[in-house]
Design a protein around this ligand. Sequence first.
Ligand code: ADP
Ligand code: MG
Length: 639
Amino acid sequence: MAQHQFQTEVSRLLHLIIHSLYSNREIFLRELVSNASDALDKLKYLTVADEGYKSIIFEPRIDLSFNRDAKTLTVEDNGIGMNEADLIESLGTIARSGTRLFLEKLQDDVKRDSNLIGQFGVGFYSAFMAADKIEVISRKAGEGETWKWVSDGKENFEIEAAGPGEALKDSQGSRVILHLTDEGLEYANRWSIEDIIKRYSNHVAFPIYLTYDEKEYDDKGKEKGSVTKTDRINSGTALWRRAKSELKEEDYHEFYKQLGHDTDEPLHYIHTKAEGTLEYSTLFYIPKKAPFDMYNVDYKPGVKLYVKRVFITDDDKELIPTWLRFVRGIIDSEDLPLNVSREILQQNKILINIKNASVKKLLAEFKTLADTAASGSDAAKEKWETFISQYNRPLKEGLYQDFANRELIQELIRFKSSTQEGRTGFSEYAARMKSDQKYIYYITGGDEKTLRASPLLEAYTAKGIEVLIMDDEIDDIVIPSLGRYQKQSGDTSQEWELKAINRSGADEELGDKPDKTAEKEIQPVIEKIKKALGDRVKEVKLSRRLQDSPSCIVADANDPSIQMAQLLKAMGQTEVPDTKPILEVNGEHPLVAGLKHTEDEERIADVAGVLLDQALLVEGLKLKDPADFVKRLNRLLAP
Ligand code: ADP
Ligand code: MG
């Protein structure tokens, strides 16, 4: 017998599982069944694609049983199985990177929701929510030895050769025996098991059987013993291959729960059957809540590939574009060869075609969600709101990752607005535009409140011009690269340039004629401020966009915005050029106009410094020398 220590992360995870996961405990059964189903999928693939396995007699099945007296619950499959090394690797470590993030997430999760476990791919360990000891007896297909893994879910696990009394039903497979805790005992009865399987695993594509004892009674109603029965408890067909007309919403929802490792229903599903040059079925789901690892580079892909119902892979990020990584589902092709190499899948023409068609289908469906919400019921509105609140950001990534679909994606993304409540899109903005308005205006920056209070907005608000408030980090990268919005309606197409209002020159488009005399009069003041600020600014200009505020800063038309530069630095980029702001001043503000009549250099320097620093502050930026600002401000305030 060999003792092994769990990898540190596993110990931490197990500790969390045992001590702090409360809700949805029953999902452990879904996870064990899902592992059994994966193991069957893997062997099924080998028996059709690999000569070495073709002779195996394989009737895939999953068997559940329980014993209330012994307090055990058993899940057995005749799938691929594990040898000693597999047991150590699979049930002793967490191979995925990003584990730390996951553990933190689990720790912070107020609901202590066990659901995350399956999403992250550490479902096996969830069995310790119901058991204080687990045995796994396993034999790998084609190998001679049967192994036993045992653990109490604390620090260690043991592995030894299985005893003669522990033989598996078939020549390969795994038996997982849970020694239930007192709370876990509630799952050791026929009704709970059937109920959980119906809820989460009804559509697992292999038969699931439950073995149980049933008491027998004589004709006087007296107990006379019991018989052991075995019933199939799932409906188990490849749901995605069935006709839509045969399926009910419930069927789709049930199937999703196993597939998406979710306890909640999906927000939306899209089932497609293509018959033509290419023959395939796809079934896609949009979860109500974004997968927790959506912003993790090591996210777990959500789409599985099947060929003629045989599972090929669930770990290929290329099956769906990264910007659609929140989609869960299945692609099943009739045309791919079964022994398609997983390595070269990406270059496979058939798969590329299916993928492109799937993206188009999904985008069309999203558009329908948006359109239905615009004219439809409260439920439709709520559905769209949920969708966009979860997935706006990945869709924006699509804008610069997927040129071919730009026009479709730009109709979906949403922004806040200076004149509207909630979120709005380009097309709605365009419909509200003033007849003489040439551009779609937007302002980007770190947070909504600061942006709404920005002096840069004043003139637009005064003129009743709508400005899109872009407070999502990604907007700063995506929107400038988009450049313009093109609206296609029928054969006609209209186009508007997108203009950032925190750019130098944006104010000139507001259409006001500059007052030449006023400009001339204020010129000496501009010169004084410029001299006082020296190389802290790129330029000082008279502003046409300020109403109440004395000053504001803008970026030069080709520089990255100042917010962007600070963000890049904060993200550890060292090559960010030191962009200097352009300071715009309001000639009518007393603080500025007051400088006309003074030659006191200290006072000019104080006013100039305060004009610049307050403009930086109001944009939510950090001052390089806050003490200097405070000193100057105090001098100005003193009578
Ligand atoms: P995931 O299923 O997402 O990989 P799990 O924690 O559920 O994560 O399982 C870990 C690994 O243990 C699986 O990837 C698989 O290699 C192995 N495993 C678990 N159960 C079985 C089983 N019944 N048969 C074969 N391998 C299994
Ligand atoms: Mg699993």
